[in-house]
Write a protein that binds this ligand. Structure first.
Ligand SMILES: [Zn+2]
Length: 541
């Protein structure tokens, strides 16, 4: 007996304010699990209704194309959801007490991880050290990572476990802080943090899946329907891909994922290219670009600058790759038709990446693979022009303004600060600008990101005038950075990030109408319902 062909579930959203771009709106949309089938007035869409269609009355709410975040880290977000959350701590005392509570609640942990601290907010006015962490535990290794992910502090137990007992040999591209006696203070910077890896027991696919699933659920709850997630590395390539493949096969991906893969040697890059080649294309789990890191963070003064830091002339930050290493990997990816996106924050790092892109694009100056720079923070006007002349995409984080606007002048001086975080200038020169949050560096809430893009203010002071308000996006332009342009970045324009017949059935339904709100209220908007692949993935109570 032939199996009865299962009919695709169809859904109609009605009584809605559906944004079609510009000042165009519709009130109803019909879709199945693979595409949008009709858009129009309630009556027009009602006319196409069939028996069995699910009807959702959204009570006049605003429906946007599903929002996309073009750079975050799902796996790390999942870890922070499982580990000690140190965001918003305002003192070392608070870190100690919160960590002790965590140990009491998780007595069997063999290593304690926490993330999210920022010593600029500490009442004690200094950075963490191992003596602070020894007050948390002397029996179990404790690793507490700064919000930026570029600095970690460990306790003495961890140092002993790793064999850091005698003289310290400094690693390349990183730093282990030492005191006057030459003993480690507990602080590890940039690639020195890789030396902490042996503290952790080997990961299993099941553990990775748990963490990814937590993060993907958080993304759906926040109103995202696609995330470009940077989780795969040379070290975890097979495990991480397997975890994602299993989640996909088990239909446990409430949002679409474009993988950004940090492959730092030619062998693992070639292996990824081979796997990508053999994998049938899929619109839920996309094998995306090579993602390389070329410097650190501004907060930690590890962003690589052309001039010394204004508030610490002893350093220009850290280049985490040489130009030769960058050229080799980008050329290899480019030769195989693979897009490259590179983390670059300081002006020296940005310049190096632009040089590399210009070099690989010698015979294709319009940058057909859409290579891009992630972060793009410290720029002078010549660098901004070079983004445009090299057609380099900019994957920026407006939410970084929340914190960075309070440190950028101290770090780089008034003059350079005046041309930095120039996201609107980039867009106006024709650069493809898309938005991400770099979560867990910042929260993945797309409406907080939207608020920062449109107001240039920090989240706590909507009454302030904001940082370089002339760089603020219009609401509509900002929404395009989270929809259409984000889709362009993964070669999905026309299919994703728009509401039209034939496009993917992904929608973010807002609990408040962003077009009717004062800009400073945008940060308070939440997803009322998130629909991805035509299914409701999150719904507010
Ligand atoms: Zn990142």
């Amino acid at each position: 007996m032939a199996a009865k062909r299962r009919k695709r579930m169809r859904t109609i959203l009605r009584n809605a304010k559906i944004w079609l771009g510009g000042d165009q709106f519709a009130s109803a949309v019909l879709f199945d699990s693979s595409q949008i089938l009709a858009v129009g007035t309630d009556a027009q869409v009602e006319a196409q209704r069939q028996n069995g269609d699910q009807i959702i009355d959204v009570q006049g709410r605003l429906v946007l194309p599903g929002l996309c975040d073009t750079h975050l880290h799902c796996y790390n977000k999942g870890c922070t959801l499982q580990n000690i959350d140190l965001q918003d701590v305002s003192s070392i005392e608070e870190i100690v007490s919160r960590s002790r509570e965590y140990i009491q609640a998780h007595p069997d942990s063999s290593v304690i991880h926490g993330r999210g601290w920022n010593h600029d907010y500490f009442a004690e006015g200094r950075i963490l050290n191992r003596a602070d962490l020894d007050r948390i535990s002397t029996r179990v290794p404790v690793v507490l990572t700064r919000a930026c992910g570029h600095i970690a502090c460990v306790n003495t137990c961890a140092l002993q476990r790793l064999g850091f007992t005698g003289a310290i040999v400094q690693p390349e591209d990183g730093q282990i802080d030492v005191d006057e006696q030459g003993c480690p203070t507990g602080i590890f910077r940039e690639n020195a943090m890789l030396l902490l890896k042996p503290l952790d027991p080997p990961l299993t696919v099941t553990q990775i899946k748990e963490r990814l699933a937590l993060a993907l659920a958080a993304a759906a709850r926040a109103g995202l329907t696609t995330v470009h997630s940077n989780d795969v590395t040379s070290e975890n390539l097979d495990l991480m891909l397997e975890a994602y493949r299993q989640l996909r096969a088990e239909d446990r991906m409430p949002v679409r994922v474009v993988l950004q893969c940090t492959l730092t040697d030619p062998e693992s890059l070639m292996r990824y290219l081979e796997i990508k080649e053999q994998t049938p294309s899929d619109e839920v789990l996309v094998f995306g670009p090579l993602k390389l890191l070329t410097d650190g963070s501004l907060g930690a003064r590890t962003a690589w600058m052309r001039q010394p830091y204004a508030d610490d002339p002893s350093t220009r930050g850290i280049a985490t790759m040489t130009r030769a290493q960058l050229d080799e990997l980008v050329s290899l990816a480019h030769a195989h038709g693979l897009q490259c996106v590179c983390h670059a924050i300081g002006d020296a790092a940005i310049e190096m990446v632009l040089d590399t892109f210009e070099n690989v694009n010698r015979t294709s100056p319009d940058n057909p693979l859409r290579h891009g720079i992630v972060h793009c923070q410290i720029t002078d006007s010549a660098l901004i022009d070079r983004f445009a002349s090299t057609h380099t995409a900019a994957l920026v984080q407006p939410i970084f303004l929340h914190y960075d606007q309070h440190i950028v002048e101290q770090r780089v001086g008034t003059e350079l600060a005046q041309t930095s975080y120039a996201f609107r200038s980039l867009a106006e020169r024709g650069v493809a600008v898309s938005f991400g949050t770099d979560c867990p560096v910042e929260d993945l809430n797309p409406f907080a990101n939207l608020y920062c893009a449109v107001t240039r203010k920090d989240l706590h002071h909507p009454e302030a005038s904001g940082y370089r308000p002339e760089e603020a996006f219009s609401l509509e332009a900002a929404l395009r950075c989270m929809t259409e342009t984000a889709a362009w970045q993964s070669f999905e324009e026309g299919r994703k990030g728009v509401i039209q017949i034939g496009a993917l059935p992904d929608f973010t339904i807002c609990d408040q109408d962003v077009f009717a709100l004062a800009p400073q209220k945008l940060k308070d908007v939440r997803s009322w319902m998130t629909i991805c692949q035509g299914k409701v993935r999150w719904q507010a109570e």
